[in-house]
Unconditional design. Structure first.
Length: 201
């Protein structure tokens, strides 16, 4: 897809840059807090991002092994025809995308973070108000935050198909499912890793 006016807007540029922005803010969060939780989220996010490169190569091998461009349910393995400039930032001149399409890295990384943060929010109370109105407003903040995170995840996924033209719907859905699964597993094992971390250090 050419560098259309939609792709060049500041809003979609911010959405496109989410993998690097998330890494930056998670690193900043760790540097400012220096807690196990902030370190754990930072490291698991990095693992999720790098695992996408491994998954892309695995899917490329699978598609090439069967010598097919599409697999039932999974759909197309390579990027859509005409996909260009599919990284985190736009470069000039506009060049065809060379990386594999299945699964979407943007979708995988954002749904990892969305899932992990939603589980954290559901698990913890947000104490920002006086005790007598605490419960009511905590619930409002909690569910507003969850809705906000879901909206960001959907925007990133939507942009990869409709705005950027860098992925098929199947590539984005699979990336999102993988990211959400990694986020869930990371959350489930957080306490176990924390226990080991405390014993070692």
């Amino acid at each position: 897809m050419a560098l259309t006016s939609s792709r060049l807007t500041n809003f979609w540029s911010l959405i496109r840059a989410t993998p690097i922005m998330n890494l930056y803010f998670l690193g900043l969060n760790f540097a400012s807090k220096l807690t196990f939780d902030s370190l754990y989220l930072f490291i698991t996010y990095i693992i999720c991002v790098f695992s996408n490169h491994i998954l892309k190569n695995l899917f490329k091998i699978i598609y090439n092994l069967f010598n097919v461009k599409e697999i039932p349910i999974l759909g197309r393995g390579i990027r859509p025809d005409g996909a260009t400039n599919c990284g985190t930032f736009l470069f000039y001149p506009d060049k065809p995308a060379t990386s594999y399409g299945m699964p979407s890295g943007h979708s995988q990384s954002i749904w990892f973070l969305v899932t992990y943060l939603i589980l954290i929010i559901k698990d913890k109370k947000i104490n920002l108000f006086e005790k007598r109105i605490n419960k009511k407003y905590n619930e409002v903040i909690k569910y507003t935050s969850i809705c906000g995170l879901l909206c960001i995840g959907l925007l990133v996924s939507y942009s990869r198909v409709e705005i950027e033209g860098c992925h098929t719907k199947e590539q984005v859905i699979l990336g999102g499912l993988i990211g959400a699964s990694i986020g869930y597993i990371a959350y489930i094992f957080k306490d176990v890793v924390n226990l080991i971390f405390n014993k070692v250090f």
